[in-house]
Design a protein around this ligand. Sequence first.
Ligand SMILES: [Zn+2]
Length: 425
Amino acid sequence: MTRPILTAVLAAAMFVQSTAASAQGTFIVRDVRLFDGERVTEHRSVVVRDGVIAQIGDATLAAPPRAQVIAGRGRTLLPGLIDAHVHMSDSVESNLRQSLALGVTTDLDMWNGGARLERIRALRAADAPDIADVRTAGTGATAPGGHPTQMGGGSFPTITNPADAQAFVDARIAEGSDYIKIIYDDLASLGMKLPMLDRRTLKAVVDAAHARGKLAVVHILSEAQARDAIEAGADGLAHLFTGATVSPGFAGLAASHHVFVVPTLTVLYGDCGEAIGARIARDSLLRPYIRPAVREWAAKSFPPMGGKKSCDGTRDAVRQLARAGVPLLTGTDSPAPGQTYGASVHGELELLVAAGLTPVQALTGATSAAAKAFRLTDRGVIAAAKRADLVLVDGDPTTDITATRRIVAVWKKGVAVKRERYAEQ
Ligand SMILES: [Zn+2]
């Protein structure tokens, strides 16, 4: 057993010991730095009861009778993190368990179908405390032969013209889609040339989603595609794009249409020769909680598809969008090569800050902004009556973003996650 893993096991064991005699479900995190999803305040105390935030006060706030008391001094309490772009692989429960152990309490799946979609729906309904909560786009809208048909894995319905949009969307909602995902990309940026939806069909699917009160989230990988999606009325972009430059007016367009953007820098950077998957997967604070079966995959990097690109324009776009007030959410596209559930969120946060966001802006995108964008009104902030989906870390991620990895405890609906189980494997 390596030293960091041993330390993690001991810390977890001590944490469990100190909680053994407490009243079921009631605890106070005392005298902690609080990032409530939007703002940072010092010397706060937070009481959790029956799975929700019951009270927030200063360092002297009285503990309820028999409440477990958790020391907050030198630590920061955050809302549970939200990964706004994942795809559940076959081992849905394991993916969600890994996410949760690494502080991600909600995963937003951006394409799935068949038996996996059924499993996701069942797990979503159960909302068990030992796995991350999940929402899903189900099967997205794409042209026959369009992305992601080239990835194999069974056939699924496609769409060819605007007249079919409402029926297509209604069928997806009947299957359990929480929001509608649309592919608007021929993968030319990756050296391919696949069929893709035309602009009229793109707009018709967006309108059809809106007619049923659902969000429309669009996969794009170029600025031109992004502009079309924004002008078609998309609610959000599921990626940013690579390139040496971005047009000066791009963020203005995004802001005027009130879209949110999930940059997924951690996966885009692979095409710019800047992949960080290997470093994240070997980080001693993250590695013990990544399932052994996927550790190798998480550390993988592949030669850029369609030639190596520049991500300078990607970084410019991030800064431009942040200045324009466009919500920038945290998403990883796990399990894309070099990405894995939970761990890659910490890498994406690091990359967003390196691109120019403040740590607080990055953390807002992983918490309150993501909840707001996806209309998850019960979470994303630490406020009275909200779900007690919480992460306690050592240090101050609001000034050093890498401190999100120094996880002391994770709670889902007020139930402490048994993280030590991961460190033992
Ligand atoms: Zn994706």
